[in-house]
Design a protein around this ligand. Sequence first.
Ligand SMILES: [Zn+2]
Length: 364
Amino acid sequence: MRSTALFLAVLIGVLLPATDAQAAQTATVVSPKRPLNVRAGSAVWTPQLRTLAHGSSVTIVCQVRGQRIDQGTVRVTDLWDRLGDGTYVSDAWIRRAQDVPLCEATATAAPASVAGTVASGGTPLKARSAPAHGAALIGAFANGTALTLACQVRGENITGAVRTTPMWNRLPSGAYVSDAYVRRGATPPPCAAAPPAAAPVAAAPAAAPPAATGRWVSPLPGFTARPGFRTPSNPKHLGVDIMSFTGTPIRAASAGTVVAVVCNIEAGYSCDRPGGASVGGCGWYVKLQHAGRVATLYCHMVRRPIVRPGQKVAAGQIIGYVGSSGNSSAPHLHFEVHLNAPPTGPYNAVDPLPFMRAHGAPID
Ligand SMILES: [Zn+2]
């Protein structure tokens, strides 16, 4: 991830014309409660690369459209600021003196990207993790919203207000919108095999994923997760921790199928006893596969989970109980969300906090 950012920084350094370098401006992070996340793309589900403290000074090169952020300190906006090293921060948290040009107007944007406009009538156009209506919902754009269409892939055939087509547009954030609802002048180029930047949601499956995404609920109702996904001090932490009490029921965050029930622990230790800070492994854990190629993981259970591989579970169904098995110093649930699963790995873990908020089940 760091090498990607470095590569982008070098690339932008090469491509950036002098005029845009002159247009770059210095601005200030306004985020007094918690550090501002710096991301690989223009949405909160793209990888977090680092953080910026309140009051930090940043250099903004240009802006791209992405996920609308309405809980910032400075403004409500779908604009994200591209920084000098090719990373992004939401403009909702940035105080600046002047307007910033859109990146499309500069040579740093994908050269062949095309401007488009959402033409969906009254309903907002859904942005998905893959080119199919059953893929995970990761945002929505109101009718009339201006879009930057990076490229197109073939996916599910959709009949919309503009045309009937199997083509889906990939946005700079890595999300997909059906071309059936997009008015545009030119046709975006086909997407290359490799996704842009490090967006984890960009690997499009050839076939349409299974049906609807369904309802999401907190895996531990009444308890709150603390931010902790890939923090600077723990960059390998792929989920968030929800502190609780031994024996509290853990619930499936959405309907799905149990794909793993595992005791994952360092040799010589037992998952049936509390582990410790120096013990390796996530203890007794369950992995669920959901519609839309989303998978969730639940670690450190107190004893063998009460579900079996292959079993179907409903949203909110109890799958096991809180414990402290494995690499854990107090009873808690370690909760992970992976996109484009299977498989799951560090490459497709996303921060569960914005994901759960976006799916109507905030856990923070
Ligand atoms: Zn954890």
